[in-house]
Ligand binder design. Structure first.
Ligand code: SF4
Length: 635
């Protein structure tokens, strides 16, 4: 039976940030599913269940936004099947979407659900449909075809039978080992991934990075592989679920070289349940060899990026785990736990979209404008649409590969990588020269040394990482894409053509417009913060605000790390923020996630944060996204 949620369902609709504290308690958390998006949604589900048939979650665009295992947990709780002898958790379930965001798709796969991308325009709530996975058809009760689809990846039926991709990989591995030990031939029980044809062409940067992590020169798109995972990030609002998944995997020590845990989402205004986690999770992680940050240290990515090794592969339980050097494939907490425990993760290598910048950056244009220029260019050429019905998104599920700005600082490169999450891209690479990478790594060694000195656990992991960074610094070498590498699509952006700031408009990170198109809209609140910022943004904002006097808006300032905070205090930027009436917050995610302090209901906001989904920052808030400089001007 179809349960249809028209338009876009993001993971915050399924697993609201304000209810993040209850995520490890699946039945409790599931009560919050769709409360804002569709207040009568759960009552409708209960009614549809009376038909006695399985329910399918159907939407035009499903699962955009954060990498929330809790989102799929909630869908499965309402629409899945019981797992014998396991209370408070379910498996199975059907998700049909015109577009399904890649991380959500993977998380559904990992959890034993059947995600299908197909045209859903002919399906409505209450319809009885028949899904024929092996024929690739959805029909109505009369047998008329409503939609067709390809089962992808081909191993999906095995994954569903095994109760998820992770149990399948483990079961397949154990079967192989057991049969080898018994002298039996390989099992023919499992569907084998089919390798795509080798085109003989060169490889992109991402294909080479993943290739190196698999011990080969490159990996073609469509190839199933299991790259070595070198760095893993876990944040606090998914950390408890990752912990539970690690327990299920009986993980007593991490195989991934570095696993880091942060407390950036709950540091500012913790609930008792957050405090409990802050007290217990560090020991859980560090006793397995992980590195645990402390509440108030700052945003996960601003720290994790400083522990990276060039040209390596990683993952993280936060959808913005997007390495500015190397490549990361963010994932739900099940896969993150798997990557941390096993030191490798399953990957169906995505295709790549190349974005090439050329020309010269114009005066008054910031890097954030260039970040917004990517979807803007795609909208103009028709490969990205803002409307949700029949949405086009050339980046969806692909790797965004960026070149043409090789001298960016690594912090700046992260602005591009970070925003690839909003494009629903699977990953991102930024092609940089060796000099900015080496400069960044040298300062990172000093930071990691200081962490050891300050008693951060586990010092052996930090020491090992310092040695590896130093080894790279002693032999500086970066992978480069081949000239004849193949891309699914190429977008060229001429910097000479970008002459005014570009903003993401309320409430869609894809809805990019030039400033002149929205000028005059009254701004109530301004947020300067999130992982999209670095210290330079606060310096620039302080400069703009210096002579402003008392400002008429509510201004929130939350630097990404405590080091930035103390530096900005020393430099006098905080005195400017205080003088104009700004509210300075604990370094961390702050308003960006909206799970703690929030803007006023219905406020119009200008924010430097990552995404402006409905109700994320405040109830019925209208949120523009743009540069810190423009934020200060708006304030
Ligand atoms: S600052 Fe925002 S986007 Fe970045 S990690 Fe925190 S909540 Fe996620």
């Amino acid at each position: 039976v179809v349960f249809k949620v028209p338009g876009e369902t993001n993971t915050d609709d399924l697993s609201p940030a304000q209810e993040a504290w209850s995520r490890p308690d699946i039945p409790q958390h599931a009560k919050a599913m769709l409360v804002s998006k569709m207040p009568d949604g759960l009552a409708t589900i209960a009614k549809l269940k009376e038909k006695g048939l399985p329910l399918a979650y159907v939407g035009d665009v499903v699962g955009t936004g954060s990498s929330r295992k809790s989102a799929i947990n909630s869908v499965q709780w309402h629409m899945g099947e019981d797992i014998p002898h396991i209370p408070n958790k379910r498996t199975g379930g059907l998700v049909l979407g015109g577009k399904i965001a890649p991380i959500f798709f993977n998380t559904a796969e990992d959890s034993g659900a059947l995600p299908i991308q197909c045209d859903v325009q002919g399906m409505n709530t209450g319809d009885v449909i028949v899904i024929r996975p092996f024929e690739g058809r959805v029909t109505n009760e009369a047998g008329e075809t409503l939609s067709t689809f390809d089962i992808a990846p081909v191993t999906l039926p095995d994954e569903v039978r095994a109760g998820g991709r992770i149990p399948l990989i483990i079961g397949r591995g154990l079967t192989t080992k057991a049969r080898e030990a018994l002298g039996l031939p390989p099992s023919d029980l499992f569907i084998k991934p089919v390798a795509p044809k080798d085109t003989g062409k060169g490889y992109t940067l991402a294909q080479k990075m993943v290739g190196r992590a698999c011990g080969v020169t490159g990996i073609r798109p469509g190839t199933y592989c299991e790259p070595k995972i070198t760095t893993v990030g876990s944040q606090d609002t998914t950390g408890a679920m990752t912990r539970d998944e690690l327990k299920e995997l009986a993980c007593l020590g991490f195989s991934a070289d570095l696993v880091m845990q942060s407390f950036c989402h709950t540091a500012a205004y913790p609930k008792p349940v957050d405090i409990k986690l802050q007290h217990t999770l560090p020991e859980f992680m560090s006793s397995r060899g992980g590195v645990s940050l402390r509440p108030g240290d700052g945003v996960i990515h601003s720290w994790l990026n400083r522990m990276l090794l060039p040209d390596t592969v990683g993952t993280g339980g936060d959808s913005h785990t997007r390495f500015p050097i190397g490549i990361s494939f963010p994932a739900g907490s099940g896969l993150v736990a798997f990557g941390a425990a096993m030191g490798s993760m399953p990957l169906d290598m995505p295709e790549s979209v190349l974005v090439r910048f050329k020309g010269t950056m114009q005066p008054g244009i910031t890097l954030r404008d260039l970040v917004n220029a990517i979807p803007y260019a795609a909208i103009q050429e028709g490969t990205l649409t803002v409307g949700k019905q029949g949405k086009k998104n050339v980046f969806n599920g692909r790797i965004l590969e960026i070149e043409g700005l090789p001298d960016l600082k690594v912090e700046q490169a992260f602005e591009f990588a970070d925003a690839s999450a909003e494009r629903s891209a699977n990953g991102c690479t930024v092609r940089l020269n060796k000099e900015p990478v080496a400069e960044y790594l040298r300062s990172n060694v000093a930071l990691l040394e200081k962490m050891i000195e300050d008693g951060y656990e586990d010092p052996r992991t930090l020491r090992r990482r310092i040695e590896k960074i130093n080894a790279w610094l002693g032999n500086q070498d970066l992978l480069e894409p081949d000239a004849d590498a193949e891309y699914a699509h190429v977008i060229e952006i001429d910097l000479n053509e970008i002459k005014e700031p570009l903003l993401a408009c309320p409430n869609d990170p894809d809805d990019i417009k030039p400033l002149s198109a929205v000028v005059g809209d009254k701004i109530d609140e301004v947020f300067i913060g999130s992982c999209m910022t670095n210290i330079g943004h606060y310096r620039a904002a302080a400069k703009v605000l210096d002579d402003a006097g008392l400002i008429p808006t509510r201004l929130w300032i939350a630097p990404p790390t405590r080091m930035d905070e103390s530096e900005l205090r020393e430099e006098g930027a905080y005195s400017v923020f205080g003088r104009v009436g700004g509210r300075t917050e604990v370094p961390g995610c702050s308003l960006c996630m909206g799970n703690q302090a929030r803007v006023a209901d219905k406020a119009t906001v200008f924010s430097t944060s990552t995404r402006n989904f409905d109700n994320r920052m405040g109830k019925d808030a209208r949120v523009y996204l743009g540069s810190a400089e423009l934020a200060a001007v708006c304030a």
